[in-house]
Design a protein around this ligand. Structure first.
Ligand SMILES: [Zn+2]
Length: 310
């Protein structure tokens, strides 16, 4: 009995030492990891822009970073809110020049209140879209509490952040459906254009084509509308936007069946390289304003030149 006790004591003592050593190793790795994360943010050199399509499960959250600036477009779900704030901090973000909340659904603004509480957000752009919802009420509460400047998404409005220009393309009219009310924006850096469509569906897409004509809508990178639902990303919209890269933000094995096989077929026919957060995790696109590079799976992934750059 005594021997067993000693044995247990000795074993638990060893366990304690092993746990202590493992904890120390974990602490050292965490410090190194944090240092690398900060370093990565600082290493965004002049003349480079990085667009992150963050894996927030079944929702949307995008961040655009360049040396000295940050724009956030949508803030994921309530479930991903804390992870999103941690991710932004790891990227070295403290101030956000502009947060675009495309529409009031909780899979786009669920983490909006956290973003407003955790970071200095200079301005907010969102559509004039009345909506009853807890996440939306929280968002409006924090916008007022933090004293952010708020701008209604109006087509033709242009926001300039140094060399980065954001143009509001839609909504072009009022819709009864919140998805179609999505603020659609184009972010331009040099010759490279990114389009973020929120959950805009076919009616909104057709109106954007009619309002703008095809020249303005030609982009290199398209954040595909409504998580790849077949009700968005029409052939006509793809003919107008001609994206080289199409990003679909959706959850693994989501209950909606996003992305739809019809959407994937249309994207393939249009010749776009498709990346999906459910399969690829967080997707990063980097550009110097002339060429586009791509990187998938997290910010420590390797950046390399894309094969089909323009
Ligand atoms: Zn959505």
């Amino acid at each position: 009995m005594a021997r067993t006790s000693r044995y247990l004591r000795t074993k638990s003592g060893r366990r304690y030492k092993i746990l202590l050593i493992l904890s120390l190793i974990a602490a050292v790795l965490a410090v190194i990891g944090a240092a690398i994360a900060v370093d990565v943010a600082r290493r965004i050199p002049d003349g480079v822009l990085r667009a992150y399509f963050i894996d927030v499960g079944q929702g949307d959250a995008s961040v655009i970073l360049w040396n000295g600036g940050c724009v956030v477009i949508d803030a994921g779900t309530e479930a991903s809110a804390e992870r999103l704030s941690i991710y932004l901090r790891k990227l070295g973000v403290s101030k956000i020049d502009c947060a675009v909340f495309t529409h009031p659904h909780s899979d786009h603004i669920g983490g909006g209140d956290n973003i407003l509480a955790d970071f200095v957000v200079k301005s907010v752009v969102m559509p004039d879209c009345p909506y009853e919802g807890e996440s939306y009420s929280e968002l409006l509460y924090y916008i007022e509490k933090e004293g952010c400047s708020i701008y209604m998404a109006t087509p033709g409005d242009e926001y300039s952040f140094g060399d980065v220009i954001m143009t509001v393309l839609g909504p072009c009219t009022e819709y009864g459906d919140e998805n179609d009310m999505s603020a659609v924006v184009k972010v331009t850096y040099g010759d490279i254009d990114f389009m973020y469509t929120g959950d805009a569906e076919s009616d909104a897409e057709y109106d954007i084509i009619n309002y703008w004509g095809v020249d303005i809508l030609d982009v290199e990178v398209l954040k595909v509308g409504h998580h790849g639902s077949y009700t968005s990303t029409t052939e006509e919209f793809l003919a107008a936007t001609t994206p080289e890269f199409a990003i679909i933000s959706c959850g693994r094995q989501n209950e909606y069946g996003h992305p739809h096989s019809k959407t994937l077929a249309r994207l393939e026919k249009a010749g776009a390289s498709v990346y999906r957060t459910d399969e690829d995790g967080t997707i990063i696109i980097e550009t110097d304003g002339v060429d586009v590079w791509r990187c998938v799976k997290g910010f420590l992934g390797r950046l390399h030149r894309a094969d089909n750059k323009k």
